[in-house]
Design a protein around this ligand. Structure first.
Ligand code: F6P
Length: 280
């Protein structure tokens, strides 16, 4: 795992340079989710693949930017699914973006997840690496330095409600309105990594991306976005559900499958479970 941790750090430093210096125009290609790829998405994907191909313990990789998984080392034991640059369309307006990694042993299956990691490229570059504990690192003078462990409070104050409101189920809208009526504050940038990072570091709240009338299976990708953050939130003392089930009990038939998702501190997720059970 140390080799993987090092490879992610190397990738993150190179991606930071790419964000600062590379062309952010659109390429001629679409990814598997039908989004037009930026040149930068492709660059970041290549950087991570290059760094991971040097790590013998990595068996297979799957990237949000690639149609199929790729075998790297026959004798490796880790399977890594990653989103090289989540929220990349926010680079041109200079908002924070991130890389997300889910690390599995033996197969891409939520019950085989052994670690998760994400990197936030904002005014500063931070990395959160999670095995048993949720550890925050800051890039300073060329190196990632350990800052602290992160724990969520039982109840928070922030609300990040994703998805187009006119397409939300009415009970979901009523639930979110109820949180705001209780005093929760809106924090939604459109970048999953900085939005979830903010909730984690500021003590708690709820990030939601529900099933909507136009996206009944949600928007966010299980392997590349949803499972890794479910792992992070659970290890930080919070919870992650799809409305009905615990996210890490869900399977993934295809690497690009999506899911509705709710990540938060225990109190807010309890409310989600109550509302969704009453409307099942
Ligand atoms: O998956 C891409 C992503 O940009 C996430 O980072 C973000 O949370 C979500 O999409 C935003 O979606 P929307 O624009 O529908 O709120």
């Amino acid at each position: 795992m140390r080799d993987i941790f090092d490879a992610i750090q190397k990738s993150a430093k190179r991606i930071k340079v790419a964000i600062d210096t590379k062309d952010i125009g659109y390429s001629q290609q679409e990814n598997s989710s039908g989004e037009t790829q930026l040149e930068l998405d492709i660059q970041c994907d290549m950087i991570i693949e290059e760094e991971f191909s040097r790590v013998a313990s990595i068996h297979t990789i799957a990237s949000e930017e690639k149609e199929h998984e790729e075998l790297l080392h026959e004798n490796g034991k880790y399977f890594i699914a990653y989103d090289p640059l989540d929220g990349s369309s926010l680079v041109d307006v200079n908002l924070s973006v991130g890389s997300i990694f889910g690390i599995y042993e033996g197969a891409f299956s939520s019950d085989k997840m052994v670690a998760a990691c994400y990197v936030v490229y904002g005014p500063r570059v931070e990395m959160v690496f999670v095995e048993n504990k949720v550890k925050l690192y800051l890039l300073q003078a060329g190196d990632f330095e350990f800052v602290k462990e992160i724990r969520l409070n039982e109840k928070g104050k922030l609300m990040a409600p994703g998805g187009t409101q006119q397409n939300w189920p009415t009970y979901h809208k009523a639930m979110i309105d109820g949180f705001f009526a209780e005093g929760y504050r809106l924090r939604y940038s459109g970048g999953m990594v900085p939005d979830l990072h903010q909730i984690l570091l500021k003590g708690g709240g709820l990030f939601s991306y529900p099933a909507t009338s136009d996206k009944p299976e949600g928007k966010l990708r299980r392997l590349f976005e949803v499972f890794p953050f479910a792992f992070v939130y659970e290890k930080a003392g919070g919870e992650a559900v799809d409305g009905k089930e615990r996210i890490l009990d869900l399977c993934c038939a295809h690497i690009h499958d999506t899911s509705p998702c709710f990540f938060g501190s225990k109190s807010e997720v309890a409310k989600v479970k109550e509302v969704y059970a009453a409307n099942a």
